[in-house]
Write a protein that binds this ligand. Structure first.
Ligand code: NAP
Length: 236
């Protein structure tokens, strides 16, 4: 599972549109030995973000051996068949739905951090990245709506910033980054793509290529930030 350079990458959410494309691209690059995890489908390891013991188990499974260079979290929840859908008004707020969106988008990645940040290498550059969303930027919120999803991503951004500060003390060359992947043609965005001109809609492969390029260009002083697929830093 370790390539010629000995670098290891772990991808969470490989069954998703963007996560699948990121895992495939990393494999093709030959720069990393890649282990891809998902809740459903074929994967090198399985986990459910709402079950901490499954994340701890994954860390044991994946963490044995050499330290990890790169963790990429590509999971997320915007809508689901059981009635979860982004709110148009405060009137639509449902506490159980809000709790589930936060469980998947905020607490889940935080638990991945809890179990995987200790496995990152400390002797050279190491990256911990998670897909967030531009709509999680409080400064950028002009349209309103999507209360739970926005709140879950804003809180994720804060957690990532906080992890960045703590991780820098262990490894000054480390980078923690929240990423906005663009509007990408996946199951997550499909019901909401009407307002995006076709030219503005990215394929998962285009988004994955752009995101990995952005990550390659990040420096330790960028750690804790939110970055778009175009490489531009998005204010919190
Ligand atoms: N697509 C866009 O336009 C867009 C825009 C901005 C931000 N994003 C963000 O990008 C990320 C990836 O989105 P995507 O478009 O690739 O969506 P997607 O195709 O729907 O993929 C979502 C992934 O999350 C996983 N997941 C959901 N709940 C989980 C749980 N409880 N435990 C483990 N895995 C779980 C899914 O696993 P299963 O296959 O098992 O359900 C799937 O692998 C999300 O964080 C999203 O918020 C996307």
């Amino acid at each position: 599972m370790v390539d010629g350079t000995g670098k290891r990458a772990i991808v969470f959410g490989a069954s998703g549109g963007i996560g699948g494309a990121v895992a495939a691209r990393l494999r093709r690059s030959g720069n990393y030995g890649v282990l891809a995890g998902s809740r459903s489908g074929r994967a090198d390891f399985h986990f459910d973000l709402t079950d901490e013991s499954s994340i701890a188990r994954s860390a044991q499974q994946v963490g044995s051996g050499k330290p990890i260079d790169f963790v990429f979290i590509a999971t997320g929840l915007l809508h689901r068949d059981d009635g979860i859908t982004p709110e148009k008004s405060w009137r639509a707020l449902d506490p159980a739905h809000t709790a589930e969106v936060l469980r998947v988008n905020t607490i889940g990645p935080a638990l991945v951090a809890k179990h995987f940040l200790p496995l990152l290498r400390t002797d050279r550059r190491a990256v911990f990245a998670a897909l967030s969303a531009r709509v999680g930027s409080i400064a950028d919120n002009r349209l309103g709506g999507w209360h739970s999803y926005r709140a879950s991503k804003a809180a994720l951004n804060m957690l990532m910033k906080t992890f960045a500060i703590e991780l820098t003390r262990r490894n000054p060359q480390s980078i923690v980054a929240a990423l906005h992947p663009g509007t990408v043609d996946t199951g997550l965005s499909r019901p909401f793509q009407r307002s995006v001109a076709a030219a503005g809609l990215l394929t998962p492969e285009e988004s994955a290529a752009a995101l990995l390029k952005v990550i390659d260009g990040l420096k330790p002083e960028d750690s804790g930030g939110l970055f778009g697929w175009d490489g531009v830093r998005i204010p919190f």
